[in-house]
Design a protein around this ligand. Structure first.
Ligand code: GLP
Length: 263
């Protein structure tokens, strides 16, 4: 895992969006793995901004989202499908048919999970997977005890996750679904690159566990240490509890891979 610390959430969003934009320019038919949550709102705003300024062409790109709630009524304002349509898809020139999320309203959830895995495979796999981190350490909705080999499946959300996400349900925790469909940890690890984005002091504790271990299925994000190309982009607030900050700073100052970020 490599780590970049930026001053604030705007700078984190700008850098993350830049990585996506550069990938899209190099590979107009790239496959993007996308994520939801408040952290990503800024990332998508920054990506839309670049898209307008540089006339990015998303028409050949396909996207797969990490997860979706189970049991929300079709068209629900709280679904991740609505979030993605509003925050990103309606603001760029991606054909909506190229945008995939697991279908949380499927009657046969196991079949839907298998179909989703198959669709990712048939698209040639994911080039860059964005992930946020929940306060339980989840990536996607892979709550504690998710096997590192897990695939797309239905899962029960941790009470802490439901509390955290209640903010997106008008602070009504009872409105937050209890279950979700999520890519598995193993699914995420197959993406060619994984970019973890975390901002704000509420993430400082769990981020330190994710980055500095111990590696454990109690904190799904620690599985990213098994990935050959994972990058965490975080802000100063989220970096607050890291113990080896001096080392990360010296990597940032000297690693040739970071040269473009230093400029
Ligand atoms: C939800 C998503 C996760 C995301 C998390 C972070 O739980 N399923 O994929 O990492 O939100 O949310 P926020 O960015 O709002 O802190």
């Amino acid at each position: 895992m490599k780590l970049v610390v930026r001053n604030d959430d705007r700078a984190v969003a700008a850098l993350t969006a830049r990585l996506i934009a550069d990938l899209l320019k190099a590979r107009p038919d790239c496959v993007l793995g996308l994520a939801t949550g408040r952290t990503m709102e800024r990332v998508y705003d920054a990506l839309v901004e670049i898209s307008r300024a540089e006339a990015l062409d998303f028409s050949g790109c396909r996207t797969f989202n990490l997860d979706e709630y189970i049991g929300l009524p079709p068209g629900s304002a709280h679904s991740y499908r609505t979030y993605m349509n509003d925050r990103l898809f309606s603001r760029i020139n991606i054909p909506i048919g190229n945008t995939m999320l697991p279908d949380g309203s499927a009657t046969d959830l196991a079949a839907e999970a298998a179909r989703y895995e198959d669709a990712i495979r048939r698209a040639g796999g994911i080039d860059l997977q964005l992930v946020g981190i929940g306060e339980t350490g989840h990536i996607g909705f892979n709550e504690p005890l998710s096997p590192f080999t897990s695939r797309t499946r239905d899962i029960t959300l941790a009470p802490g996750t439901r509390r955290q996400n209640a903010a997106l349900f008008d602070d009504d925790i009872d409105a937050v679904p209890r279950r979700a469909l999520t890519m598995g940890v193993g699914t995420i690890l197959e993406a060619r690159r994984v970019v973890l984005v975390a901002t704000g002091s509420a993430k400082a504790d769990i981020l330190a566990q994710a980055v500095e271990g111990p590696v454990t299925p109690m904190v799904s994000a620690t599985a990213l240490h098994f990935h050959p190309d994972s990058l965490a982009i975080i802000d100063e607030d989220a970096a607050r509890h890291l113990k080896h900050r001096d080392y990360y700073d010296s990597v940032f100052a000297t690693d040739p891979e970071f040269a473009p970020f230093r400029a």
